[in-house]
Design a protein around this ligand. Structure first.
Ligand SMILES: *Cc1c(COP(=O)(O)O)cnc(C)c1O
Length: 394
């Protein structure tokens, strides 16, 4: 007889999640996940869905009727927006300055769009002028752009671009996966036509759902489609009949994930969006003061640094992987490494949702000092923590 090894019980380590997501999860949200499962047509669950739509509209700052949570992570929200807005042969312009812009272009191509991309180096943002020039050239039906490029830490201004996109009769699709809950996302004021987000970034919920919202103008386009949406699962015409008054069964909603998002949205609204945005900014400024006092710098230029994703240039002679490993093993802190051309060149330090706290900033700076000293990088003792405290105390 061969011995069968017994699978281990789930007993994960307690991490301090300061990477590009998932972020720390408040205990109330974990408790919501463990609440009793009911049926997807149970009156209790239908009430939760209605409340969730109302809260999603508040967080997205929109009156859009078609606002709901897609069953799937942020990438499913990306596919949902693209697959519903695009018919084969439609032209789509995608702005690529990081991994997620690149992913959007890939998705659009798979759905049959005639894709044009414009590119900026990783860490930079697009100007309205260059987008206008690209629109004039390719005449797209849809323009896609990423608000908060988690792969680089760059914060893309949207408002001016939206005016240009609409002046040329196109729809604007915005990736708000990392921005929602951390910085203002004004769907109606900025006239965004379609947007998607995720649960595990600044909403501090486990990964698994993707909030999406479509403007009346986008719904018009969907209603006038000549071809069926090529994904059955993500077809808004079908999904909206379950979220709307018909309650027609489409797929079984992930009940407990919806509980968790409901709780995450409730907590965000109890805190208040302006207060939440201020908290993200305050902790970002303190982290930045600390990092700079230690002799390091950000890889994205002001004023385009994201508060929730701090991209820091790794100093010469310091071993990227060794530092991240030490942070994790010795201090339980997870941060992200660089992606694409930034691999080995930057650290991505997340201050997302619950993880955006004074405790995390001070703890991280102290731990980073230890790691840098172990790398024989000269740091003046305590300089990072002192600068962050100075920033907090004003
Ligand atoms: C994380 C992220 C995604 C993808 O979301 P998943 O939940 O990993 O599928 C898309 N866009 C941006 C900007 C992200 O940060």
């Amino acid at each position: 007889m061969t011995a069968v090894s017994t699978p281990s019980r789930i007993d994960p380590p307690r991490r301090i999640l300061m990477g590009p997501g998932p972020s720390e999860i408040p205990s109330q949200i974990l408790a919501a996940l463990a609440a009793p499962t009911v049926g997807h047509l149970d009156p209790y669950f239908l009430k939760i869905m209605d409340e969730m739509q109302t809260m999603l509209r508040s967080v997205f700052m929109t009156h859009n009727q078609l606002t709901l949570a897609v069953s799937g992570t942020g990438s499913a929200g990306m596919e949902t927006c693209v697959v519903n807005l695009i018919e084969p042969g439609d032209k789509m312009l995608v702005c690529v300055n990081g991994v997620f812009g690149g992913r959007m272009a890939d998705v659009a191509g798979r759905v049959g769009a005639e894709v044009t991309t414009i590119e900026r180096p990783f860490g930079e943002v697009f100007s309205p002028e260059e987008i206008e020039a690209a629109i004039k050239k390719s005449r797209p039906e849809v323009v896609g752009i990423v608000h908060a490029e988690t792969s680089t830490g760059a914060w893309q201004p949207i408002e001016e671009i939206s005016k240009i996109v609409h002046a040329h009769g196109a729809l604007l699709l915005v990736d708000c996966v990392t921005s929602l809950g951390g910085v203002p996302v004004l769907i109606d004021d900025w006239e965004i036509d379609a947007a998607y987000s995720g649960t595990q970034k600044c909403l501090s919920c486990p990964p698994g759902l993707s909030p999406v919202t479509f403007s009346p103008r986008a719904i018009d386009v969907i209603d006038r489609r000549k071809t069926k949406v090529s994904s059955w699962y993500l077809d808004m015409n079908l999904v909206k009949n379950y979220w709307g008054s018909d309650r027609t069964y489409h797929h079984t909603a992930p009940i407990n994930m919806n509980y968790a998002l409901h709780e995450a949205l409730r907590l965000a609204l109890v805190e208040g969006l302006p207060a939440r945005h201020d908290r993200h900014l305050r902790n970002h400024l303190a982290l930045k003061a600390g990092v700079k006092a230690m002799g390091l710098d950000y890889s994205v230029k002001e004023p385009h640094q994201l508060p929730m994703l701090n991209s820091v240039t790794i100093p010469a002679g310091v071993d990227d992987a060794a530092v991240r490993k030490q942070l994790l093993n010795q201090f339980g802190i997870e941060i992200g490494g660089g992606l694409g051309p930034l691999k080995g060149k930057t650290w991505r330090i997340g201050l997302m949702g619950e993880a955006s706290s004074e405790r995390n900033v001070l703890l991280f700076l102290a731990a980073l000092e230890r790691c840098l000293l172990d790398q024989n990088f000269k740091v003046s003792p305590g300089a990072g923590v002192a600068a962050a405290n100075g920033q907090y105390r004003g």
